[in-house]
Design a protein. Structure first.
Length: 318
């Protein structure tokens, strides 16, 4: 009888210890799954869409338990690109069409098609710089020139060919745009070469940043005589401001798909980053980006708030 009781007690102790060990392991596993990762530093260009896209990247990573350092609004293309290569930032939203600037020796026509441009820059940038292009949004945010719809109607302006004829006829022309638009070979200069016109310095109103909300507002208000301005295909404020984009009828511009880019060392350490960011970027259609950008440009909502609502309503984060 005593022997049976001793065995029973011993068995109970074994079960108790085993339960404690299992519970400890479960606790350890749970702690491991919620362990902070990173930090990952997120940057962006200094424009509305750059801030929106960097907010999307930041919130998705934070939702996946990454520590994120926010360095959005880093600077224009050359500055933010250098920051990525120098490891001052780890990821930022770029555009496939920028490959024409990063790799000037390649055939520019490769970037006229969105998919071909993406495939090309993805291959070349990884090989040359260890830069990884993740999943893009197939929404063409290409350079454009906009004017007031009433002015366009009065002057019979619908295309860039019409604009070129207008400029060459010596009519009053003032174009508000960023420094980059006037100097980047794939922006303003591409329009000038394709359509055969040349803007004088007096016809250029330069803004330090690349924020189209400023250039479009200048057109809408006629600030300093501005009657044309830099815009992008996914801008949300065009309709609200009564502006129309002049159609690039001769195909001067390359396709600009937004795409998060990072470095190989970041992807090697955190391969889940691409999987996390792919769904929300695939959900960014041209219409959706115009809508989200419009909420920032027109309604004055904060980029983080707009990104948060897009991600939660789309089921991309909880």
């Amino acid at each position: 009888m005593k022997r049976s009781r001793v065995v029973a007690i011993a068995l109970a102790l074994v079960l108790l210890v085993s339960s404690a060990v299992i519970a400890g392991c479960a606790k350890s596993t749970s702690t491991s799954s919620t362990q902070k990762k990173g930090p990952i530093t997120v940057g962006s260009k200094i424009d509305t869409e750059g801030e929106l896209l960097s907010s999307i990247i930041k919130l998705v990573l934070e939702n996946a338990n990454f520590t994120v350092v926010d360095k959005s609004q880093t600077g224009p293309t050359d500055v933010v690109r250098k920051a990525l290569l120098n490891k001052e930032i780890d990821i930022y939203p770029e555009y496939t069409g920028s490959g024409i600037t990063f790799f000037p020796n390649l055939d520019p026509s490769l970037f006229k098609n969105g998919q071909t441009g993406y495939d090309t820059v993805k291959t070349e940038d990884l090989k040359a710089n260890g830069v990884v292009w993740l999943t893009p949004a197939k929404a063409n945010n290409t350079w454009a020139i906009a004017t007031k719809s009433t002015f366009a109607s009065a002057q019979n302006l619908a295309t860039m060919s019409d604009f070129a004829a207008y400029v060459k006829a010596g009519k009053t022309t003032k174009v508000a745009a960023s420094d980059e638009f006037f100097t980047n070979p794939d922006a303003g200069p591409a329009f000038e070469t394709t359509y055969g016109y040349k803007l004088t310095k007096a016809q250029q109103v330069r803004f330090a940043g690349g924020n189209t909300a400023q250039t479009e507002k200048a057109v809408a208000d006629g600030t300093d005589g501005v009657n044309f301005g830099m815009a992008f295909g996914t801008d949300g404020g065009l309709a609200e401001l009564g502006l129309v984009v002049l159609t690039d009828d001769k195909g001067a511009q390359v396709a600009f798909w937004p795409c998060p880019i990072t470095r190989k060392d970041v992807v090697d350490k955190y391969p889940e980053v691409e999987t996390l960011l792919a769904p929300p970027f695939e959900g960014l259609t041209l219409k959706k980006l115009q809508e989200l950008n419009g909420r920032i440009q027109v309604n004055g909502e904060a980029a983080d708030a707009v990104a948060q609502s897009y991600l939660t309503s789309g089921g991309y984060i909880k």
